[in-house]
Design a protein. Sequence first.
Length: 365
Amino acid sequence: MTAIEPPMALLAELTHRCPLQCPYCSNPLHLERPAGELNTAEWLRVIRQAAEIGCMQVHFSGGEPLVRPDVEKLVAGAVEAGLYTNLITSAVTLDRERLQSLVDAGLEHVQVSFQDSTPPGGDRIAGYRNAHAKKISAAQRVREAGLPLTANFVVHRQNLHHLEDMLELAVSIGARRAEIANVQYYGWALRNRAALMPSRAQIDEMSGTVAAAREKYQGVLVIDYVVPDYYAQYPKPCMGGWGRRFINVSPSGKVLPCHAAETIAGLFFDSVRDRSLEDIWSSSDAFNRFRGTAWMPEPCKSCARREIDWGGCRCQAFAVTGDAASTDPACSLSAAHENLVAAATQEAGAFLDDFVYRRFRSSGR
Ligand code: SF4
Ligand code: FES
């Protein structure tokens, strides 16, 4: 077996608690309770260990990381360990005082998620009153504080018609980067797939909109965008390949190759409470199960792209086929691909717009 490269980044999921309830939430269906979360000292140990094994960055996320009062201490610990710090936040509670204390702790970058380009759409999708206006104010404060800002937009059938406006919004709040992220269908998003799945026409239009915006905002805004899985010819290299670039620690300390890995039945995930991060990264069963190419079945096994996309997404393979070791059905070479696209096209055409939220149900547009 070839030597195991160190991870590039630690994704620290501080909590599953969140004031929002996005219908495409990637958190597990059963959320970790606050009493089970790692405490400050445990997180500081994880951060130090991440730096020791070669991580360069730490991304503090959740749920909503700002629900925890100790984020500043964790940022300071990460800075001390030499890690670049990024806060991934819904920003609805990021007031001036909190932002200043994070800046004082050494925070270097903020990513704010937006659900749409307008208040009615943004508030409805987030399931939170005034969410959109709060996010815009917080994003402006981030820029005033001199921190670089990324605007993240998760797109789907019910907001894609606002894509141009979303990118304009990103520019207007001073973001230097916009991430256009298509919904990934596992966890809660799978439950809402019929209400979220875009049509082929929307996807075609989307690619054109992104190309035009890239030209229009050249030198002003960098736009990250990949064609959504179900409509692409080949899958994306999810997480840059299983156990290759990212190490994800869940609120209770489970170490995961990706944020959704717990949706895969039959895998055991070690905890930072029992083993060191280095030990888990290099020799745990879960990380080694789908690392590299030795685990691959055909057609991946003999495919020229096997070290480009690393077989796609294990969580999606499990969600759709029930077998995490199968070729990602988003790949046009997978035996399950045609059925998947047929089902997706049918769902996209059904125009079922109601979302199922974790705490209540909403009506459509
Ligand atoms: Fe990627 Fe496997 Fe599809 Fe080849 S067959 S493109 S390796 S998912
Ligand atoms: Fe888990 Fe893609 S989200 S491997």
